[in-house]
Design a protein around this ligand. Structure first.
Ligand SMILES: Cc1cc2nc3c(=O)[nH]c(=O)nc-3n(C[C@H](O)[C@H](O)[C@H](O)COP(=O)(O)OP(=O)(O)OC[C@H]3O[C@@H](n4cnc5c(N)ncnc54)[C@H](O)[C@@H]3O)c2cc1C
Length: 373
């Protein structure tokens, strides 16, 4: 039996970041079922940081994470985690008014956003098809995130603090005995008073293994493709373009363009694969909104974005299961919210219930699982 203070199930960005924070003053072991900890959602994201997300809790978590992403602690990594990108939200006529309301609200929160007309939007992204943009909102502070550097930085920091990530270690049986969680992985048993459930799309399944009631988390599949930009057009300086109606987005990525039809197809927790229909939908929507012709899809993938019923992340102890901490439901923003959620996780586990540690409004009542029960 291997004992420690905290066992974390899941070595994606949620588990890695929380484990790094917790290892500052606790012994921590992370169990990851795959041989590569970023194999699932964490390794499949679009890697954009912005602060204009629709859900106020997500927005607050992203804002509270910005400082860490801009100025990670010494020794965290060699490269900057953020690089300037910008985000351009474009709307057809039926949604143009929505952008005005949004701009007004975002400004009250201190976010810099610039309304654009079609001409200004096309100066930023010249391939936008004339007549398709009735209004646009430009967020200059949006950035690309180096997800791998962030994830690896957390895992390196965890090891430097004496913590361990064990790969190929699927939690198979979980029980509470004598005030401790015991997790069986093959013939090994790990034990700790506190279990952090950071199992992404599998978080409800892990709860079920532990005899804890599920939260109704919904894994939703999202598809992404990359393709070459039109010849002789320099795309590297374009912002990410997002459709305000939620029909697509695209952004430059390593000399190519990455696009998604912004699909949300319910899925069981699984190794998600792209569906040909969604790949075709991505191409169709990009070709309708721009003057681009997609000649060949270079790569395609899908990942699961897992949401709680109210679409806010879940971070907090289960009210009915001692020592069972949920860190799940990060949806489409688990990368950019990880620094604040990890800080909040460490604070709540240390018994500091005050939220000021993560940011204003970020407390157990906004984020804890009790709100869903
Ligand atoms: C196409 C796409 C675009 C996205 N774009 C963005 C973006 O621009 N910005 C952003 O912030 N986010 C984005 N996201 C969302 C982001 O990727 C996720 O919110 C985030 O990666 C979730 O991290 P996680 O650690 O909770 O999940 P995961 O990375 O899935 O990690 C959970 C881990 O738990 C492990 N596990 C499960 N069950 C067990 C078990 N029984 N025992 C041991 N291990 C187990 C799994 O193997 C997995 O590695 C995007 C996602 C997708 C799919």
């Amino acid at each position: 039996m291997q004992s420690c203070d905290v066992l974390v199930i899941g070595g994606g960005i949620a588990g890695a970041s929380a484990a790094h924070e917790l290892a500052a003053d606790r012994t921590v072991v992370v169990l990851e079922q795959e041989s590569q900890p970023g194999y699932h959602a964490t390794g499949r994201s679009a890697a954009l940081f912005r602060e204009s997300y629709p859900h106020p809790t997500t927005r607050a978590l992203a804002a509270a994470s910005r400082d860490f992403l801009e100025r990670p602690p010494a020794g965290f990594g060699d490269h900057p985690l953020l690089s300037p990108r910008g985000a351009l939200l474009i709307a057809r006529a039926d949604r143009a008014a929505m952008l005005d309301d949004m701009a007004a609200e975002l400004r009250t929160r201190g976010l810099v956003v610039e309304p654009c007309d079609e001409a200004a939007a096309r100066r930023l992204v010249p391939v936008l098809r004339a007549g398709t943009v009735a209004a646009a909102l430009y967020e200059p502070g949006a950035c690309d995130v180096d997800v791998n550097a962030l994830h690896q930085g957390y895992l390196r920091g965890l090891r430097a603090r004496g913590g361990r990530l064990i790969a190929d270690a699927a939690a198979e049986r979980i029980e509470r005995r004598g005030g401790r969680w015991r997790i069986a992985v093959g013939d090994e048993v790990f034990s700790a008073p506190i279990l952090v459930n950071a199992a992404g799309a599998w978080a409800d399944a892990v709860a079920a293994l532990a005899g804890v009631a599920p939260l109704g988390l919904m894994p939703l599949r999202r598809t992404a493709v990359t393709f070459d930009p039109p010849p002789s057009i320099e795309v590297s300086g374009w912002p990410m373009v997002l459709d305000a109606g939620g029909a697509f987005y695209f952004k430059p990525e390593g000399g190519r363009l990455l696009a998604s039809p912004a699909d949300e197809t319910p899925s069981p927790p699984t190794d998600a694969q792209p569906d040909e229909y969604d790949v075709a939908l991505a191409i169709d929507r990009i070709e309708a909104a721009t003057e681009i012709t997609v000649r060949r899809v270079v790569s395609r993938w899908a990942g699961l974005r897992t949401f709680a019923p109210d679409r806010a992340p879940v971070a907090g102890f289960d009210p009915g299961a001692e020592g069972f901490f949920w860190l799940a439901g990060q949806g489409g923003t688990g990368v950019v919210t990880a620094p604040a959620l990890a800080r909040l996780t460490a604070a709540l586990i240390a018994g500091r219930s005050d939220a000021a540690l993560a940011g204003p409004g970020l407390n157990e009542s906004a984020l804890g699982p009790a709100r869903l029960r």
